[in-house]
Structure formats: C-alpha cells, structure tokens
Ligand binder design. Structure first.
Ligand code: AMP
Length: 347
C-alpha cells in the first residue's frame, strides 16, 4: 500500500483585522501573479483560477459589474456570510473557487441589518465548525472581524439606502434591514477589494438590491448568483432552520411545495398561454394555507427587473417570493415562475 504524499489543504487563516487582511491579500495576489507568470496554477492553495465571466444562476441577465479585463490577473472572490455555515453556503464557496484564484469567506453577524426584537443576540455563531468546514474545501482566507473592527466609531452614520424596492416585502417586514445589509456589503467590497462576489438566489430581494447598488454606484465588482440548495424535502437550507422543531421542519416544507405548485400552475398551460400570476399565487396558497404550522406573511410574484408585483397579464420569467413564520422562526424562499408557455423549474 502506498501513502499519498499529496499536500492536504492547509487550514484557513482566520483574520480579524482589516489591515492584516489587506496585507495578506496583497501578498497572495503577488504570489498568484508570479505563479501565473511561471505558467503554474494561480491559487494560493493550489486552486486553478478561472478567468470566466461571472454571471447569474438563472441566466436572467441580473449580473452586473465589471468583468476582469486583465484576464491573467488573479481574481479575488468574496463570499459574504453570517456564519453557521451549511451546504448552501459551501456551494457558494465552491462556485467562488471556480471563478477566481483567491477566495475570501467573510463571517460577520452584522448588527446594522437586525431590527429591535430580532435574533441578533441568539443568531447561531459557530466559528470553529465554520472554519473546519471551509478547511475541507481548501479555503485560504476567512475574514471574521469583530463588531468593533467593522464599526469602530459605533453604528455607521453613513449608510447605503436601498430605495423603493428595499421598502417592499422583506424591507416592509424588517425596516432598515436592507440599508444595513447594503452598507456592510459595500464595506466588505471595499475592505477585500474583491473582483467578484458570490451570493445565493435564496435571498432573492437581497441579491436584486446588491445588483442595483453595484450598478447605481459603479462598484467594480461582478456579482455571481448561485442557485438555492435545498433539503430532499425541498426546504431551502437556512441557518435559521436549526430553530425549527421536527414538526415545524415538516410543516416548513409547505413553502417550497407551494412554490412548486405555482410553477406547475404556470407550466400547466404548456400548450397555450400561461394561466398567469394570479392562478400561480392561488396554487401556492392552496398548499401553504393548508399547513397549520405556517403563518404566511407575503406571497407575491415580482418582475425580475423591478421587483415590483407583476400584473396578471405579465408574460416572461417572473419570480415568486414567499415569507412565513413557522412557529417563531421566520423563513423566506423564492422560485422563478415561467409565465410563458414553457415549464419552470425551482432553483
Ligand atoms: P447568510 O449567512 O444567511 O447571510 O447567507 C450568506 C449567503 O449564503 C447569502 O448570499 C445567501 O443568499 C446564501 N445562502 C443562504 N442559504 C442558501 C441556500 N440554501 N442555498 C444557496 N445559498 C444560500
């Protein structure tokens, strides 16, 4: 029996300091450039960098930002998270590794995006397990700053405002949430100096607003949207799922089942014009309202470019958004809704 002498991926460096992170990334960029010049792999952990263009998971044209003109330059790819990592987060990391040579995963529970009475204090913080999971993927850099490091002067006086689309749905339920989220994302982009950032389609309104921010403010970051990872039951993975009891978890399956029923309603008219958004909403209601553990907050079909509710005669690929309490846990989900005559798929 031979023993493998292949190098094991090194444990990630967990960095709390902005200055230190910038120093290490500058070094990593230099090393990766030197390796590329010598014809070797560009990645600091031996990961081959892809010079491919970042884009959107659903191909709905919502990718924004620049592509890297200097295709030989090592790309820094950021995956912002709040930790309590699950397979959904890890899929974003795997996508990041395909897109660039230097991957940074940030772990920061951002107080700015939590409202009074929300779960800021009880939000799961599992840094050691998160770092161990990222080590198995060969991630080199984990940026895990303290609140003091991110907001040394107290809560940011200067903030990004999410605008009208940020006041709807999640924004209506959680006032100030999107301003706080966009502010920390902009800070992370500036701190890391990333070329690409990867976000999950799971948080559809979030990623829509980030795309708008990047376009509105000409931020030099390409946004990549990765599909939603689900349990076999269809339940979208979420760090908050760990708050659910087994019975609630089963009940929560009604959300994705409702989305599938809506997609089937739209696709049911495959031989003719789609039955429309209202019929899709009714189909989803039929499933969700029948589940006593689910208290629906909103169920809406939105336009992919404006995120405003669509009229019933809208034709094209819209997105259905759902939010509900299951017990005391608030969950969100979404799926594309093909209101043409072709069947849609849940992603
Ligand atoms: P969070 O830690 O909840 O802030 O999420 C960090 C990133 O992971 C965001 O871009 C989320 O959209 C993404 N994400 C969360 N859950 C999933 C999932 N089930 N599938 C894919 N991406 C996800």
């Amino acid at each position: 029996m031979t023993t493998s002498n292949r190098a094991q991926p090194r444990a990630p460096q967990v960095i709390g300091s902005i200055v230190e992170l910038r120093r290490l990334l500058a070094e990593a960029r230099q090393q990766a450039s030197a390796r590329t010049a010598l014809g070797g792999p560009a990645g600091p952990a031996g990961l081959a960098g892809s010079a491919g263009r970042a884009g959107s998971a659903d191909g709905d044209g919502s990718d924004v930002g620049r592509t890297d003109g200097a295709s030989d330059a090592p790309r820094v790819v950021l995956v912002p998270t709040m930790g309590a990592l699950h397979a959904g987060h890890l899929s974003l990391v795997a996508r990041a590794q395909e897109l660039g040579a230097i991957v940074v995963v940030s772990i920061f529970v951002n107080p700015l995006q939590f409202g009074a009475g929300e779960d800021l204090d009880s939000y799961p913080r599992t840094l050691d397990a998160d770092v161990a999971a990222l080590a198995t993927l060969g991630v080199a850099f984990v940026f895990a700053p303290t609140v003091q490091e991110m907001y040394p002067h107290g809560p940011s006086a200067t903030r990004i405002t999410a605008g009208d689309a940020g006041a709807l749905y999640e924004g209506a339920a959680r006032p100030g949430h999107f301003d706080g989220m966009l502010t920390v994302v902009a800070k992370l982009f500036n701190i890391v100096g990333c070329d690409v950032a990867v976000f999950g389609q799971k948080d559809a309104q979030q990623v829509f607003l980030i795309g708008r921010m990047v376009a509105d403010l000409n931020l030099p970051v390409a946004i990549e949207i990765a599909p939603t990872v689900r349990e076999t039951t269809g339940l979208a993975l979420s760090s908050r799922n760990q708050y659910l009891t087994e019975a609630e978890k089963l009940g929560a399956g009604a959300l994705s089942a409702g989305l599938r029923a809506a997609a089937a309603s739209a696709a049911g008219a495959s031989e003719g014009p789609s039955a429309g958004a209202q019929a899709a909403v009714a189909a989803a209601h039929g499933i969700i309202d029948a589940q006593p553990l689910v208290k629906l907050e909103y169920l809406v079909v939105v336009h992919p470019q404006t995120f405003l509710p669509v009229d019933d005669d809208f034709r094209g690929t819209a997105r259905m958004l759902v939010a509900a309490y299951v017990g005391t846990t608030r969950l969100i989900d979404n799926a594309p809704l093909d209101l043409n005559s072709r069947p849609a798929r849940v992603s």
